[in-house]
Each structure stands twice: as C-alpha cells, then as structure tokens.
Design a protein around this ligand. Structure first.
Ligand code: MG
Length: 383
C-alpha cells in the first residue's frame, strides 16, 4: 500500500450569533480538513488547528509532495520524515499544524486498514466512556449587567443536559471576571468548574483572579498568562492552589519540555490538530507523565479532532493511579459549529455529559462529502 493522493478542504461557515472571548469576537469558523488516500482506495481524515488558508498551502505545497508514495502504515516514520524535511525553518507554528492534520489522517487510515480503532492503536482503551466538560459562556454583545445573567442561564442549560463540568471564559476585565467566577460557584455549588482567560492577564491580575478561583474551588485556571512568559507560571503557581492548565498554543515534545520545565503547569492541554498530531501528542503525554502530570487535549474544530481526543483520553493512564481516579475530561465546545455538528454521518456520541468512545475502525467518525460541499472555500489535490 502507498499514499497515492492528499486532498485538503478549507471549510468555512458564518455564525448566526457571533461570540467573543478575551481577545476578539468570532463571526465565522474556519478549519482545514485533510484527506489521505491510499493506493487501495482507503481514505484517512484529519484536521489542523490554526489559519486554514495558510496551513492549506503548507500541506499542499510542502508536505504532500514529499509524503506521496510512502507506505501509510509507518505513521511514526512518516512523522519524523516530515519533521526532518522542515526542521531547519519550521520547528513550530503553522507548518507543525500542517503535519498534525496529515498525521491524524494517517492514524485514521491505519486503523481502517488494520480493522482497529485509534484507541486500539494507541495501546488499548482504559474506559468506554469519557466524561466531557462543556466549554461555553463566551461573550455576546450585551452590557455587563445583562451579560452576567445571560451567561449563568447558558450554564444552567448545560447542567440541565447532564454536564457535571463546565468551563467559563474569563479575561474580559478582572472586576467582571471575579463577579462571574463567584456567581457561577454560588449558582452551581456541586458542578466542577474551570476558567479560561486565553492568556489575558499579567502576573498580578492572574494572582488576584487565581485567589478567587481558590476560594471558589475551581478545578483549573486555564491559560492565565501569555505562553511566552514561562517563568511567570511558576510564580503564579507558588501563590495559588488551583491547578494551572495550558498548552493549546504549544507544540511538540521539545516545546512542552521547555513549558513544563518551569514547574508552574499542572495540566497539559496540547491540541492534537496542532501540537504535531496524535503521534506527537502521545510523546507529550509521556513527557507530562514523567513529571506526574496529566494531559487533557484542547479541542476546537470538527469531529476528527474531537474523536482523536476521545481516543487519546480513553487510553490515558491517570497520574497518579488509584482505584477511584479523578476524571480526565474531554473538552466539548458547545458554541455554534455546523462544521462539527451538521456534516458528519458518524459522530462522537455525547449523552448526559459523557462521550462514548467510537468503536469503528480508525477514528470511528465519517464526514458526508455532499453535506461538506457547501462549506468548501478552497480545495487542493496532490498526487
Ligand atoms: Mg483554552
């Protein structure tokens, strides 16, 4: 079997209701989907996290011509072949995102070719269901005195659907954030809560907000600081009990080695469509595990990334091991996303806040090409 063709699809949808977070408002969603087709006609699918049009060029112009003709089951060998091909000028960034989508597609293809799920390929399932946390509570265009009750009502909807864990957005401004953090805890005393600032705070603001998260017993404080200021993570961690989570902006075992070296990160959040793909995510997990840390992937995109993360968590060994382990939660973004919800024939089934680990071959999810077609902005084919 050989890799015969690589196709890419830049998908875009306009949102009915724009939503915002600490950095900007989204009016549309974009994603790059990668299809690797083997000489026996089988296809594997993956996706990349980041600017779809730029990553599309990296796949089409750079990696795809090099990967065509390779044996598709040797996934790790192909990863290192791609890595060496771009090492001199692209050890991180959108080129690594491009590699991630190809790598994810090769895992899907390998599972289909061998009749195994990606969980099987990753070492075997430790669990059939993975608990999810609902990511939501993004900002809408309302004054703060109306925004807060609006966000609490949104959160109530997820609790009513059966979610035991929720993640809110913070980083608007510390005064609003602190009021929101406390209001969430008062309204949901028995729900696991986490807060994500998307690197909005300086160190003193992060400590101030972190102390309120401590007081309100939040499960983690996500991206409290800029990923560039690694030493500050340790300074924050020394002042707060709430675990500090980060990593969605980081890539490869080499990047994570530096990030975790600060000693100020307690929860690792690489994105499988960005960090280097499932192959590299497993290495990052091993690195994290060697420091007693767990990894719960960042997920933002289609069913391909969601399924990849679900298989990854199904196979996770919790650090430290114990009979009544703490759950490792799958991120389930609840914002409007037709590219995840409307164009797949087989999806990750989430009920009562729990994801059933797909049992089909490969990733176990399937896209409907006809349903995808209206969202395609640009497609490429390399043979
Ligand atoms: Mg985040």
């Amino acid at each position: 079997m050989k890799i015969e063709c690589i196709k890419t699809y830049h998908l875009r949808c306009q949102l009915d209701q724009p939503f915002g977070f600490s950095q900007w408002f989204y009016k549309q969603r974009n994603v790059l989907v990668v299809q690797v087709i083997a000489s026996n006609g089988m296809s594997g699918w993956g996706e990349c996290y980041g600017p779809a049009d730029v990553i599309q060029a990296a796949v089409e112009k750079f990696y795809a011509p090099k990967v065509i003709g390779r044996e598709p089951l040797s996934v790790d060998a192909t990863w290192h072949f791609m890595w060496r091909a771009s090492l001199d000028f692209a050890r991180a960034g959108v080129m690594t995102a491009a590699m991630s989508g190809i790598d994810m597609a090769l895992w899907d293809l390998k599972g289909k070719a061998l009749g195994l799920s990606v969980s099987d390929l990753m070492g075997g399932k430790q669990r059939d269901y993975v608990p999810c946390y609902a990511t939501g509570m993004y900002y809408v265009d309302l004054p703060e005195n109306k925004l807060l009750p609006h966000l609490l009502e949104e959160a109530q909807g997820y609790v009513d659907e059966g979610y035991k864990a929720l993640k809110i957005k913070v980083g608007k401004n510390p005064e609003f954030d602190i009021e929101f953090i406390r209001a969430m805890r008062a309204r949901f005393p028995n729900t696991i809560l986490a807060a994500d600032s998307n690197h909005a705070f300086d160190l003193s603001e992060a400590i101030k907000v972190g102390k309120v998260l401590d007081e309100c017993d939040y499960a983690w404080f996500e991206e409290p600081l800029s990923p560039e200021h690694i030493a500050q993570f340790r300074q924050l961690s020394d002042k707060c009990i709430t675990p500090i989570a980060t990593g969605e902006c980081e890539q490869t075992r080499f990047g994570f080695q530096k990030l975790l070296g600060s000693g100020g990160v307690q929860l690792v959040q690489a994105d499988l469509g960005y960090c280097g793909g499932p192959s590299e995510a497993l290495k990052i997990r091993t690195l994290a595990s060697s420091q007693g840390l767990n990894m719960i992937p960042h997920v933002w995109g289609t069913q391909f990334n969601l399924a990849s993360a679900c298989h990854f968590l199904a196979t996770a060994y919790h650090e430290p091991g114990r009979a009544e382990e703490k759950p490792l939660f799958l991120e389930y973004d609840r914002t409007e996303n037709p590219l995840r919800d409307d164009i797949f024939t087989h999806k990750v089934v989430v009920e009562n806040g729990k994801a059933c680990v797909p049992t089909g071959h490969g990733l176990g999810v399937a896209i409907n090409l006809d349903a995808m077609r209206p969202y395609v902005v640009c497609e490429t084919e390399t043979k």
